[in-house]
Design a protein around this ligand. Sequence first.
Ligand SMILES: Nc1nc2c(ncn2[C@@H]2O[C@H](COP(=O)(O)OP(=O)(O)OP(=O)(O)O)[C@@H](O)[C@H]2O)c(=O)[nH]1
Ligand SMILES: [Mg+2]
Length: 461
Amino acid sequence: MQVLRTDDVIVAISTPAGRSARGILRLTGPAAIATCARLFWPADGQGLAAQGAWQTIPGRLQLRTDLAVPAVAVLFLPPRSYTGQPLVEMHVAGAPVLLEMALRACMAAGARLAEAGEFTARAFLTGRMDLLSAEAVAERIAAKSDAQLVAAQQLAGGALAERARAATQELADLLSLVEAGIDFADEPIEFIDAESLGGRLAALQADLEDLMARSLDMQRLEALPRVALAGPPNAGKSRLLNRLTGLDRSICSPIPGTTRDVLSAVMDTPAGQVLLLDGPGLGEAQNDIDQMAQDAWRDLLGRVDLVLLVLPADLLYHDEIDHGPVGQVVAGRPHLLVANKSDLLDASGLAALAARLAVRPAKPVHMISAATGAGCEALRQAIAVAGGPGNSGEGRIVLTARHSQALQAGLEAIAAAGRERPAELIALHLREAMGHLGQITGAVTTEDLLNRVFSKFCIGK
Ligand SMILES: Nc1nc2c(ncn2[C@@H]2O[C@H](COP(=O)(O)OP(=O)(O)OP(=O)(O)O)[C@@H](O)[C@H]2O)c(=O)[nH]1
Ligand SMILES: [Mg+2]
């Protein structure tokens, strides 16, 4: 990995592999324009270096001595370029062979093939971007769901960087006080007494612990939020799964106990996709296998993001919700109440049910019919609000695995500093903590750290 070099010119194809209307090559480095000037001929006959930046320059790209193709170049000049260095984009027809030839021509002109993430690494090394924003670029490209995209945006937003920087600053202040104490040990002045040092370390520790507690793991977002359909046998859970996903995934039948294994299907909501899970009806087990299936399902229900408690409207009594075997599963967990089979009730039946439910505290009951689809779109909206992807990240601070490791290590070092008496040892742990926290924003960098961060990128970014 050569990401720490910034003095040469690197090149990469920055459009995805395969055919497309246009393919783009990007070159960056101090001599990027001079390198391109060896193979790109502007149509106006002037040299490339004489062209204006941030505008399209039509011309021809020399692939071989005997072959030139129409192309368009765009020059970006520092500081307003992605990498903070001169950057050239060359747009050609998006044919893989042509792009390969163009890439080789650039290399023959003196450019080196860029490594994964090297463009963004340069943006970081030239001070154009901080490390967290650079990581956000990688996460944004890798995002598989809109939740991850939002999270990547938040990573770049700087909430984490701000907290990490404030903590590092406080550590630096404490360190200078402790070190002054060491330097002037013979003088009768005290720079910081043990009590206020202890207090400030404890406050710092509490602040970072709070940060950890409110943090949301980027990896966790990789999975879609899980929404489970729980309820007694025959409530219509399987038919509802089919209705909400538009698939014919789950077997439904009037025989209770139809579903045994847990099934899942992706469902769209206005806030993004969720994974809808269907499992066995909960209630008195008919036999051992039934019991095992229910136990496994209950276990899983404890770990999903949202439970839809599905009950048959025609048999619904409110104490079933609060005290039934199924009601207990959702106690204290995020859930929505769903009364299915509303089509089986006539107007007076519905009114009677509404009256029965009205004695319950505020939680609304979604009246739906998996058979006719009545109420299902409103339920989809409610799922988006209660358990949808947009919701899970709100007010949270996004961390990647690298950040939580650094935070954890920083916290341990701060705790160790709080336990020490000799000033030299306190200073040692404080410096260690600063090192860990500084890695979050990139204030402290090592080649190893940069390699880890930028190797996650794709080539061309
Ligand atoms: N009228 C009517 N019947 C429904 C509705 N939803 C489901 N049913 C019927 O109720 C019966 C049970 O439906 P399922 O979807 O298999 O019920 P389940 O909750 O998955 O049942 P288990 O897997 O046995 O726990 C089937 O005959 C369905 O066609 C509905 O909204 N209205
Ligand atoms: Mg079922």
